[in-house]
Design a protein around this ligand. Structure first.
Ligand SMILES: Nc1ncnc2c1ncn2[C@@H]1O[C@H](COP(=O)(O)OP(=O)(O)OP(=O)(O)O)[C@@H](O)[C@H]1O
Length: 312
């Protein structure tokens, strides 16, 4: 049996490279058979997954090493019936947190070696210009703008070099918090509003949406419990929407979000559905597991789930 490794050495400010080094030494010492496929720049994940699929036999295992972005991009190329294993090496690691996966590379590998097949549900997204799979969350609005601004900022590259990448996010987040405008969006769903116990109609229009996150498990942004009851062990998608309020009303909400007690605040809507269709009135940035993208005005984005198999 061979481990086919897809690794992003750049993930987690080079944590990927460090984890890979430790793992390869362990493999050599313990005569574990492997083939290595390392990304050298962004955007190679699908191509490498296709290479692996053309070489592996059914008993071999695909092992992905990287952050949430790496596993999400790999997932979009991986057929639903092919199991995968994952060794977290990012900065946020929300997917690993959702399944309480080991973080130490050798412990994580041992858990995989002695592991079992587990079924999980991932988010499937489809629009005219955008399609793929996400394991964590898809966000439109505040979070998407933060990811977009932080990724293109020269500040992030410089602060990452001196291991202060989190500070770049914090500074960008504050700037976006003050400058991001509300947006108008229509959601179609079969959902009940858990904040008011009411069954809501299938079509809801938010005129002043500020943060809109569709999540497949509790965690968001590196450990924030955006929807504490969400789970990737079932096929329900949780939507958390927050309206643009005056700044003086937003600041008291932040500690509630950090504690995971925000959903009973009147500024939030919390919906659960197996499928959502989202339509914005203007082009909006979108973040897909921390990767920046954009949805076009009036082009419906359909969100549903698909079952996948992970080994741990
Ligand atoms: N060798 C590479 N050099 C630069 N970028 C890369 C490389 N390989 C992959 N990428 C890009 O890195 C991004 C994914 O990074 P990933 O999300 O895994 O790490 P992270 O951002 O550090 O962690 P997290 O998302 O958990 O916070 C993708 O955009 C991917 O295409």
């Amino acid at each position: 049996m061979t481990y086919f490794i897809l690794a992003n050495p750049n993930s987690g400010a080079k944590k990927g490279a460090h984890s890979l080094d430790l793992l390869l030494s362990y493999f050599k010492e313990n005569q574990v058979d492997f083939q290595l496929f390392t990304t050298t720049k962004s955007g190679q994940e699908s191509e490498l997954i296709y290479d692996i699929l053309s070489l592996k036999s059914p008993d071999d295992v695909i092992l992905i090493i990287g952050g949430d972005g790496t596993i999400s991009l790999a997932m979009s190329a991986l057929p639903a019936d092919v199991p995968f294993a994952y060794l977290p090496a990012g900065s946020g690691n929300d997917f690993a947190r959702s399944l309480s996966l080991e973080h130490d590379p050798i412990c994580a590998f041992k858990a995989i070696e002695n592991g079992h097949l587990h079924e999980i549900y991932v988010l499937k997204y489809e629009s005219k210009n955008l399609s793929g799979f996400a394991l964590n969350n898809i966000g439109i609005g505040l979070d998407a703008q933060i990811v977009k601004s932080a990724n293109r900022g020269k500040l992030k590259i410089w602060l990452n070099k001196i291991k202060l990448g989190q500070l770049a996010y914090l500074m960008t987040a504050l700037h976006v918090l003050f400058t991001k405008k509300p947006f108008s969006v229509t959601i179609e769903s079969m959902a009940s509003d858990l904040t008011s116990d009411k069954i809501l109609s299938q079509k809801i229009k938010f005129q002043r949406a500020f943060l809109m996150t569709f999540t497949k498990h509790s965690f968001f942004g590196g450990g924030v419990k955006i929807s504490p009851t969400a789970s990737n062990l079932n096929d329900e998608i949780h939507l958390v929407e927050f309206n643009r309020l005056p700044m003086r009303k937003i600041f008291p909400v932040i500690p509630k979000v950090l504690k995971g007690t925000h959903l009973n605040h009147p500024g939030f809507t919390h919906l659960i559905s197996k499928q959502f269709i989202v339509k914005t009135e203007e082009n909006q940035p979108v973040q897909i597991d921390g990767e920046s993208s954009e949805i076009n005005a009036n082009e419906p984005l359909k969100l549903s789930t698909e079952k996948r198999t992970i080994i741990y």
